[in-house]
Ligand binder design. Structure first.
Ligand code: UDP
Ligand code: MG
Length: 317
């Protein structure tokens, strides 16, 4: 369980190979927070970076030990695990998540806090004029649509990590012990009074996205299978429709063969077509079930989700 709140705002930032971005991030983030006039802390999780990121974080901790905390993972566990580790340790009343690559401008944080002050317990950002590749934009629009249809989560922009949460939501997330999780959606499911605000979006300050096509697919599988069993149900319904359809088709072929005396070869290839189609449906189904079984296995196994090598922090006064 995380510590009781001792500061007003906790900023949570996952860091993976961001040595080129961190200096600018520090230079822009701290002044914004200093100007808030609230007690704050910033928790960076170094998600197994292979570059100088951790050294930069160490130096930053030495420069601002009062407000800087660093969690160092022994290897790369992914953005959402990095955020989880920070959630388990936050001391703030309000928690804000943000990317390290400056795609979420730190200057937008006060906007989110205003909404929290107005009584909302979850403030999701959505990116105004999103600065990503054409492919990422359209792929994520598609995924948004699938998510809307399969889960009851309403989010304009699930990919935007600039979000603010009330402490009870973070405590609920930590208690849930979720694995393979997609934090914005999980938080939404615990929220009683959510809202959204438009936030600016900038191009990645430096470097390239850490998400490959493959890890994006994995993340979206997490999102959809983690929050609903609708895919399984759709699949079953689709399989039933296929069974009825192909059953009728076979019947028609048999009747034609029996009563209208067509040559034996006619229809054979159609049958092959039907057969291959049904086979691929079956394979898809096995894969889908496998996804759920795999996830169940991970939860049942209850293995430690990540390993923290070191934490740099000053004990609260
Ligand atoms: N990140 C992380 N672990 C990873 C991948 C990414 O902690 O395995 C961090 C990364 O440093 C950044 C944020 O998650 O702060 C978003 O990553 P990225 O910019 O690569 O994703 P994109 O903006 O392309 O979705
Ligand atoms: Mg980014």
């Amino acid at each position: 369980m995380s510590a009781p709140p001792t500061v007003a705002v906790s900023i949570v930032i996952p860091v993976y190979n961001e040595e080129l971005n961190l200096p600018t991030l520090f230079a822009r983030l701290y002044p914004v927070l200093d100007a808030l006039g609230r007690r704050y802390e910033i928790i960076f999780t170094n998600d197994g970076s292979a570059d100088r990121s951790f050294a930069l974080l160490q130096a930053q901790h030495a420069a601002r030990p009062d407000v800087t905390r660093v969690i160092d993972f022994n290897s790369n566990y992914g953005q959402h695990m990095a955020i989880m580790a920070a959630f388990e340790r936050v001391r703030g009343d309000v928690i804000v998540t943000l990317d390290a690559d400056l795609q979420n401008p730190p200057e937008e944080i006060p906007k989110l806090l205003e909404k929290i002050d107005a009584g909302f317990d979850y403030v999701g950002g959505y990116r105004l004029n999103r600065q990503d590749s054409f492919f990422r934009k359209y792929a994520s629009r598609l995924i948004n649509l699938v998510r809307e249809k399969t889960t009851s989560i309403e989010m304009t922009d699930q990919g935007c990590m600039l979000r603010a949460y009330g402490r009870p939501i973070i405590d609920a997330i930590v208690r849930s012990g979720a694995i393979n999780t997609f934090i914005p959606a999980l938080a939404y499911s615990f929220s009683g009074n959510p809202t959204e605000v438009g936030v600016k979006h900038e191009e990645r300050h430096a470097g390239v996205s850490n998400y490959s096509f493959y890890s994006l697919i994995r993340l979206n599988f997490d999102l959809i299978t983690g929050f609903s069993i609708a895919p399984l149900q759709y699949f079953t319904m689709f399989a039933m429709a296929c069974c009825v359809g192909s059953g009728l088709f076979v019947l028609v072929l048999a009747i034609r063969r029996a009563f209208f005396d067509y040559t034996a070869a006619e229809g054979l290839f159609t049958l092959f077509g039907v057969l291959f189609f049904l086979m691929s449906v079956a394979l898809l189904g096995i894969g889908l079930i496998g996804e759920y079984v795999g996830r169940t296995y991970q939860v049942v196994r209850a293995r430690q989700r990540y390993h923290v090598r070191e934490t740099l922090e000053t004990k609260p006064a």
